[in-house]
Design a protein around this ligand. Structure first.
Ligand SMILES: O=C(O)CCC(=O)C(=O)O
Ligand SMILES: [Fe+2]
Length: 417
């Protein structure tokens, strides 16, 4: 069975894709939001600017709301949100900034003060989503492989780190997430409400039968029949959900995106997709982690916290020919990752693996895996990997970052080259 996304039978939500506005905020990530939701009150809430919201376009021009609280913004353009409060605290800490400038100039001999100033301004006003700021530890010398020059990134990296490392910055990120979740839970009309609750009937029989058998026999070999071992570095493939469920989930994600409700970037590297936890799937994935996936991880990945998973970040990544086709070489901010292809139709886009970060003896590995709708992989989070370019169609994958951490849903990912 092939999966395809239908936009014609969306219930209640009109397709308003062409009215999406892109917002970026210094140090606090990016957001897609329908024009109809881009009012002063909503933006203040989503960016936690406490009334001190400033909207600036790519030329540095400031926008002001009309009497109905609306801004005259152009769909598909990127606007920067600045908080008056953050500007104040930036001025207070200008001494620190000067120190950081020196560090920056050491790294880039050809930088001068003027260039730096320009980079800084460029970052504030024209940041197009090339490098999210969520705790991204980048080691990239190859500027060609990035849309965004690393110089630009580094110009503000220390500053962003400072913001994010501070307790205030972290609390603000949490509040922003809470504001998105509140808005979505009030306004989102689910296309398939039943899939937000984990039911046994959604599992592929090749996944659930071995689990049932294992519960009777307590024999690990019975459980592991659900998985196929692909490499000595512990990459396994398995079918987890039925194709019918995968198709519904894919349509639900598409439906959500078409509403124009606030959509954060899924992680620091993927630009397109959605955070499933924010859509209302947190309980679903918590149950999946605790009652099902942990059975496997506690046997297979003891040395990577497989027995101690207590949080997750569930998101979808999307690749399209005219948008994002590939994903750079990186490792995940997870202990263990599950990656399930949902569809729809595509060629290319294979996943490749090149050894585990903390196991140098594995670094000459090269393993390529062709994504197949309905088939999942499970691997160690620091197993270095990337996705090759799509050659046609569209690909959406569900990614589950499983962690032992007190902090659920921290979004980051580390780039390697
Ligand atoms: O596109 C893929 O299948 C891989 C995505 C991935 O590695 C990630 O989001 O961390
Ligand atoms: Fe990844």
């Amino acid at each position: 069975m092939t999966t395809s996304i239908s936009s014609s039978n969306n219930n209640n939500n009109n397709n308003i894709n062409n009215e999406i506005i892109h917002f970026t905020s210094l140090g606090y990530g990016e957001l897609r939001l329908a024009k109809k939701y881009s009012t002063k009150d909503i933006l203040d809430d989503l960016f936690q600017t406490e009334g001190g919201l400033i909207v600036v376009d790519g030329n540095g021009e400031e926008y002001f709301p009309d009497e109905d609280n609306n801004y005259d913004l152009v769909p598909n353009k990127t606007y920067t949100i600045v908080s008056e409060k953050d500007l104040d605290s930036d001025t207070d800490e200008s001494d620190d900034d000067a120190d950081e400038d020196e560090t920056h100039n050491e790294k880039h001999d050809n930088d001068n003060d003027h260039e730096h100033e320009h980079e800084h301004e460029h970052h504030q006003h024209e940041h197009k989503g090339c490098c999210n700021t969520d705790g991204h530890h980048e080691h990239d010398d190859n500027e060609d492989s990035q849309q965004c020059c690393s110089k630009h990134h580094n110009a503000t990296k220390s500053e962003l780190k400072r913001i994010q490392n501070s307790q205030n910055g972290f609390n603000k990120l949490l509040k922003m997430r809470e504001a998105r979740i509140n808005m979505i839970s009030k306004l989102y009309k689910r296309k398939y409400p039943e899939i937000f609750e984990l039911r046994e009937e959604y599992f592929d029989k090749d996944f659930i039968e071995p689990i049932k058998q294992y519960k009777k026999t307590k024999n690990q070999d019975d459980l592991l029949k659900a998985l196929t071992k692909l490499t000595e570095t512990r990459i396994y493939s398995f079918r987890i959900f039925t194709m019918e469920f995968c198709t519904k989930l894919l349509e639900e994600i598409e439906n959500f995106k078409n509403t124009g409700l606030p959509t954060a970037r899924p992680n620091s590297m993927n630009n397109y997709g959605a955070v499933l936890d924010e859509m209302g799937f947190t309980e679903f994935f918590k149950q999946l982690r605790e009652d099902y996936l942990s059975l496997f991880t506690s046997i297979l990945y003891k040395d990577y916290n497989g027995e101690k998973l207590n949080s997750h970040h569930a998101f979808a990544v999307q690749y399209k020919m005219d948008k994002e086709k590939e994903l750079g070489f990186h490792y995940d901010e997870s202990d263990i990752t599950v990656n399930l292809c949902l569809g729809s139709e595509f060629t290319g886009g294979s996943l490749y693996f090149k050894g585990i970060l903390d196991k140098p003896e594995t670094h000459n590995e090269y393993f390529e895996f062709k994504h197949i709708p309905g088939v999942a992989l499970i691997h160690i989070g620091v197993h270095r990997h990337g996705a090759l370019g799509l050659t046609s169609g569209e690909r959406t994958n569900l990614i589950l970052w499983l962690r032992n951490s007190n902090i659920a849903d921290q979004q980051s990912e580390s780039k390697l080259e």
